[in-house]
Design a protein. Structure first.
Length: 94
């Protein structure tokens, strides 16, 4: 069951998406999926990574649904708090 928290976007997500797009990553928002699914599906040069964006200034930890999702997902996924962490997932350092 979804709730109001499922569609909340962290304040830092915009700057992370902007940095990803700048290097050619294609981010797609998954915010409408809910049930602990990460915020973004990102593709870059044949690599797909699901990314959960967390803002360390406003709690910054996975909730119960997100923890369960991350523990059971068999594919690539990550939690990031800033653009540098997101870019590093794709082998880009600044």
């Amino acid at each position: 069951m979804r709730n109001a928290h499922d569609n909340r976007v962290d304040d830092n997500q915009g700057e992370i998406v902007k940095a990803l797009k700048k290097i050619g990553v294609k981010p797609i928002s998954l915010g409408c999926v809910g049930d602990g699914c990460p915020d973004l599906l990102c593709g870059y040069k044949g690599l797909n990574i699901l990314i959960e964006v967390k803002n360390p200034e406003t709690y910054g930890r996975l909730n119960t649904k997100q923890e369960k999702w991350h523990k059971t997902w068999p594919g690539q996924r990550a939690v990031v708090t800033n653009p540098d962490e997101a870019l590093a997932l794709f082998g880009i350092t600044q």
